[in-house]
Ligand binder design. Structure first.
Ligand code: FAD
Length: 406
């Protein structure tokens, strides 16, 4: 599907699910590693821009795939669960997100001072390094806002080990351009490639693997690609930082006058807030500009705005469109609606969570509570996202039964 064809509505996401559903069984498992390139048919679903905003939920796609293919959907369902695993993992180790931000800002400061680094990063982002496959992936990302999973792995590995560039600047480049850009999947995807996620394991792109899985598009020379002997130096002393308990949310109170706040963390609405609330109105909060201090691709903001509008329409209330900059606007919106409680689907670790945390004193001073609701899917999965994926994988049948997917 071309980037232009991506429509940020729940209806479009469901239509994409129906279109790809017949191939989410054996065909997905057999073909998911092959990247034929932009505009060509792929075995993967292309659903991530919708799933990332929960215009279509993980639960819905997993249920549809299992209903259509039974056990042959295992590989697809496992990949869907990787998303929740990464999200849960970052919830349990939020220090990894703050360390990423600190490190990224330090890398950006270094970039501003170091003209040579600037030139190398600019060449990589523009796809002008001379390494044909890498250059094509960079240009595809900027032109379309998407990239196949295998291409993301190759790209990140080449960025870090062959080009020797700071990994967080690569992660930042992805976040600024990916339509599905997600703080957990992106940060931990890059850390996984760099050898920072799974101890002793690094993802090394090889010439043979790229030639085999790029659909005959590229044939890099082995000597053009650096094979790392080991991953990057661990940033947190002693490996991963200590495991934290899941964040305790303030539960929404149904009788309190409430403003329904919609963010791109959850535009699904289906299955949200099982109780009826004393709704006084709705608001949307766009936040894609928070992804990076550098300019975020306009395609990302446009997709987010459309997703928020689509969700707002489905609440049945006229919604005020807010942007996450001055918290005073959110306070005023709640006050004008006569609400003393803002109710939203949980906002997990990432730039918007940070913004809401910073906005908390302004809300509290105005006597407004921010209540969040955790989806059962996350509540079931996240307690197990404490170590490597294997711990989750071995529980998938039980988790799916609990989530009533299989
Ligand atoms: C360096 C790197 C950065 C990444 N950054 C992001 C990101 O910002 N946002 C994002 O959604 N995914 C990210 N991924 C994961 C993965 O590449 C995309 O989810 C996938 O390419 C989306 O395409 P699809 O919908 O066709 O996937 P499919 O293969 O059809 O999978 C179905 C769904 O499962 C989930 N999924 C599949 N693979 C993964 C994975 N490895 N990790 C987490 N979830 C997965 C996605 O929600 C996806 O839509 C990253 C991977 C790497 C290696």
């Amino acid at each position: 599907m071309s980037a232009e064809a991506l429509v940020a509505t729940r209806a479009a996401g469901l239509a994409q699910l129906q279109a790809v559903l017949p191939r989410l069984g054996r065909a997905y498992a057999a073909g998911r590693n092959l990247d034929h390139g932009p505009g060509r048919p792929q075995a993967v679903s292309g659903l991530s821009p919708w799933i990332r905003r929960r215009l279509v939920t993980e639960e819905e796609v997993a249920r549809a795939a299992v209903a259509a293919h039974g056990g042959a959907a295992d590989k697809f369902v496992e990949e869907v669960i990787w998303r929740g695993y990464f999200k849960g993992w970052l919830e349990r180790r939020p220090q990894v997100w703050s360390n990423y931000l600190r490190g990224r800002d330090a890398d950006l400061e270094r970039l501003a001072r170091d003209a040579k680094l600037q030139a190398r990063v600019a060449a990589a982002e523009a796809g002008r390094t001379g390494l044909a496959c890498f250059d094509a992936f960079a240009q595809e990302l900027v032109a379309t806002g998407t990239l196949h999973n295998h291409a993301r792995m190759w790209f990140a590995s080449l960025w870090i080990f062959t080009l020797g560039l700071p990994w967080r600047l690569g992660a930042d480049f992805f976040l600024r351009h990916l339509l599905d850009g997600d703080p957990a999947s992106n940060t931990l995807g890059w850390r996984w490639v760099a050898g920072l996620h799974t101890r002793g394991k690094v993802y090394a792109a090889t010439a043979a693997n790229i030639a085999q899985y790029s659909g005959g598009r590229f044939a890099p020379r082995p000597e053009d690609i650096v094979t790392p002997a080991h991953g990057l130096e661990a940033e947190e002393p002693g490996g991963w930082p200590a495991l934290q308990p899941l964040r305790a949310l303030i539960a929404p109170q149904r009788d309190v006058p409430s403003l329904w706040l919609i963010t791109e963390e959850d535009c699904g609405l289906t299955g949200l807030f099982p109780d009826s609330f004393a709704w006084r109105g709705a608001a949307t909060l766009s936040a894609s500009q928070l992804r990076s201090p550098r300019p975020v691709a306009s395609r990302v903001a446009t997709f987010e705005a459309a997703a928020l509008r689509d969700a707002a329409t489905r609440t049945g209330f006229p919604a005020t469109e807010l942007t996450a900059n001055d918290p005073a606007a959110l306070v005023a919106c709640a006050r004008d609606a006569g609400a003393t409680q803002i109710v939203t689907a949980e906002v997990p670790q990432g730039p918007l969570r940070d913004w809401l945390t910073a906005a908390a004193p302004a809300l509290a001073a105005a006597g407004i509570t921010l209540a969040e609701w955790r989806r059962p899917w996350d509540a079931t999965l996240w307690p197990f996202a404490t170590a490597g994926f294997f711990k989750v994988r071995e529980r998938i049948p039980r988790l799916l039964a609990e989530m009533r997917v299989a």
